[in-house]
Design a protein around this ligand. Structure first.
Ligand code: G4P
Ligand code: NA
Ligand code: NA
Length: 190
């Protein structure tokens, strides 16, 4: 998606050969106009997939996911990283380990918001090793629903997330696919 790729080149900062900082429009400050364009692009790509719910992980997935859900005219559901006591007993949970951050956490989905007949589009900001997306997909499957697709804003194609998700049978669409990062270097595939 050209608008996102151009914005990453203009404002993104490669901090190392593995980490891209995009705090100015995605992870800290959010550009609603860009997020709306991102949502319309996901809608264009997934419009014939029969999507009934958009699912994302708090917090940085929420902005692009809400515009995607609006464009597809379906509800958006947020997976929680912190368990609320009032959700106890009526939730699906799975453990996620982040290799990038060296942390792990429980991801929680209330049983009320994904049903067996749902076709779910998972949206997230970054795809690195695919742990978060794989965990989100696990929760969808625990609910008996179908993962119809996975939409990612920024794929770090030099990490193994995409291949893991594809091997698991998921349909992955990434708007910006980065082949290489380095201090001051951001390169796309193709
Ligand atoms: P994985 O799920 O693909 O295996 O990714 P990983 O564990 O590496 O990601 C952990 C967190 O770091 C995620 O955010 C992810 O979006 C973010 N992340 C991964 N690579 C990059 C990167 O190059 N740049 C930036 N800015 N973020 C990256 P999170 O902890 O879930 O936080 P939130 O931002 O969604 O709140
Ligand atoms: Na994220
Ligand atoms: Na993030």
């Amino acid at each position: 998606m050209k608008l996102l790729k151009d914005r990453i080149l203009a404002e993104g900062k490669a901090l190392s050969d593995s980490v891209l900082k995009v705090d100015g429009f995605l992870n800290h400050q959010v550009d609603p106009e860009l997020m709306q364009a991102v949502g319309l692009d996901f809608c264009e790509h997934f419009k014939d997939y029969g999507i009934t719910r958009v699912l994302t992980i708090e917090s940085s997935g929420i902005a692009p996911a809400v515009y995607t859900a609006q464009a597809l005219n379906v509800p958006m559901v947020i997976l929680k990283k912190q368990t609320s006591k009032i959700l106890n007993g009526q939730v699906f949970q799975t453990n996620i380990t982040s290799f990038t951050k060296g942390t792990s956490y429980e991801l929680t989905l209330s049983r009320d918001y994904i049903h067996r007949d749902d076709r779910v589009l998972i949206i997230d900001d970054f795809l690195a090793n695919g742990e978060a997306a794989t965990g989100a997909a696990r929760l969808v499957q625990m609910a008996g629903a179908t993962v119809a697709g996975i939409g990612i804003l920024i794929e770090k194609s030099f990490q193994n997330g995409r291949s893991r998700l594809e091997q698991a049978g998921f349909d992955v669409y990434s708007q910006a696919r980065i082949s290489r990062l380095g201090e001051g270097i951001i390169e796309y595939l193709e």
